[in-house]
Design a protein around this ligand. Structure first.
Ligand code: SF4
Ligand code: SF4
Length: 68
């Protein structure tokens, strides 16, 4: 499903990601995944910027940003 109304999105700093999977586990829209066991990536077409992943990330490396 396309996401056309969200004003925000999650932006992880992948160079600091521990690939723990906490963000993936909490995202109800399946918008954030661990890429090949290495780091988190966000599907911006699915992310609604709810911030759940950012709250769960033990390393605090996910920011919720305004979409441009
Ligand atoms: S902000 Fe919400 S919708 Fe977007 S990746 Fe994080 S938990 Fe999923
Ligand atoms: S919760 Fe944070 S450290 Fe863990 S996989 Fe997600 S972005 Fe990486």
């Amino acid at each position: 499903m396309k996401n056309k109304i969200a004003k925000r999105k999650a932006v992880p700093r992948r160079e600091l990601c521990a690939a723990c999977g906490a963000c993936e586990a909490v995202c109800k829209r399946k918008a954030i995944k661990i890429w090949k066991g290495s780091y988190s990536v966000v599907d911006e077409s699915l992310c609604v910027g709810c911030g759940l992943c950012a709250r769960e990330c033990p390393a605090s490396i996910i920011k919720i940003e305004e979409r441009l």
